[in-house]
Design a protein around this ligand. Structure first.
Ligand SMILES: C[S@@+](CC[C@H](N)C(=O)[O-])C[C@H]1O[C@@H](n2cnc3c(N)ncnc32)[C@H](O)[C@@H]1O
Length: 320
């Protein structure tokens, strides 16, 4: 299976540098994917460093486990969301870790595995079911199920907030009309409705790209997972430990930026509150004032890196 995982690790040199690795380091890779970053981390932390690698996707875990089998007990694969990375660290017998990496979104493998419905264009033009779950056995609703049961208001808010799709309301209404006639089961069904709703025409992005992105984010609650994962990561870092996050769109990057700033400030209360009620002390020092981006050479070699933004921070001692 591993030969189907062609994922080139994005911003690898920069990630390794910002993770500040040393022999014997204990590292969480919260988004193991094909194990590209994990393999480089294992090399850098030799001879006795440990990588605890999490992924929601069993296919990714199986491929990465095969690829990293040679590292024996230094590598541990865990089928879990990075929301729960603290539990995975404790289950592996550690109280804190030296570094956490989150390389967000979907892997090239998931995009290419068109039967999972992440991508609307298939090489052979075939129809594929609208699933989009990173963990299809999670018991969570698939994209088709969400499209069948979400209210027009929910659909509109996903397309608007997660896809920034012009004409979100029109598309939401069209979907609720269409599903009364027949359920939207496949990528082709959804593409037809997007086309008929005539949304987002003449814009830079293909409207279908925006709709598929929005649905994927909703199906996997990606932004909720990111909020919780960042919190869990900071909780588990030892003082001096490093957090590195690679995002692929502005919604993710905004959450990372705001979270790091809040942790560097101390207070994590929503900006609307006039006074602090959380009483938190600063826990992070930000290392990237602005996000790092891939150089042209990397983008040429790996077009998926085009939108990548890396931010990092160091855990500091909490003031008493
Ligand atoms: C961009 S890929 C990571 C690629 C990896 N860094 C590599 O070098 O091969 C993102 C991976 O994160 C996984 N993922 C996304 N959200 C997750 C979550 N909340 N918890 C755990 N894994 C998640 C996806 O299933 C996917 O395999």
């Amino acid at each position: 299976m591993s030969n189907t995982f062609h994922h080139l690790p994005v911003l690898l040199t920069e990630s390794l540098e910002h993770l500040n690795l040393h022999p014997g380091a204990v590292v969480v890779d919260g988004t193991l994917g094909g194990g590209g970053h994990a393999s480089a981390i294992l090399e850098r932390t030799a001879p006795d460093g440990v990588v605890i690698g999490l992924d929601l996707d069993e296919e990714a875990l199986a491929a990465a486990s095969e690829r990293l089998a040679g590292y024996g007990a230094r590598f541990r694969a865990v089928h879990s969301s990075f929301r729960l990375l603290g539990d995975a660290v404790r289950a592996a017998g550690h109280e804190s870790v030296d570094a956490v990496l989150l390389d967000l979104g979907v892997s090239s493998h998931q995009l290419d595995a068109s039967r999972r419905g992440f991508r609307f264009a298939t090489d052979d033009g075939s129809e594929t079911p609208l699933d989009m779950r990173m963990d299809p056995d999670s018991g969570q609703p698939s994209a088709a199920e969400l499209l069948a049961r979400a209210s027009a208001e929910e659909l509109q808010s996903w397309f608007q907030n997660y896809g920034e799709l012009p004409g979100s309301r029109r598309l939401a209404r069209k979907i609720t009309e269409e599903r009364r006639i027949q359920p939207l089961r496949t990528t082709a069904d959804l593409l037809r409705v997007i086309d008929e709703a005539r949304v987002g025409r003449g814009r830079k992005h293909n409207p279908a790209t925006l709709v598929f992105q929005a649905l994927r984010i909703a199906v996997n609650d990606e932004l909720g997972a990111l909020e919780e994962g960042l919190e869990a990561a900071v909780d588990v870092l030892r003082p001096g430990g490093r957090l590195v996050v690679i995002s692929y769109h502005s919604l993710e990057d905004r959450i990372v930026k705001q979270r790091l700033r809040a942790e560097a400030r101390g207070c994590t209360c929503p900006p609307e509150l006039p006074v602090c009620v959380c009483g938190r002390k600063p826990r992070l020092q930000i290392l990237t004032r602005r996000p790092l981006r891939p150089v042209d050479g990397e983008i040429k070699e790996n077009p998926r890196a085009r939108s990548a933004l890396l931010r990092s921070a160091e855990r500091i001692e909490e003031a008493a």
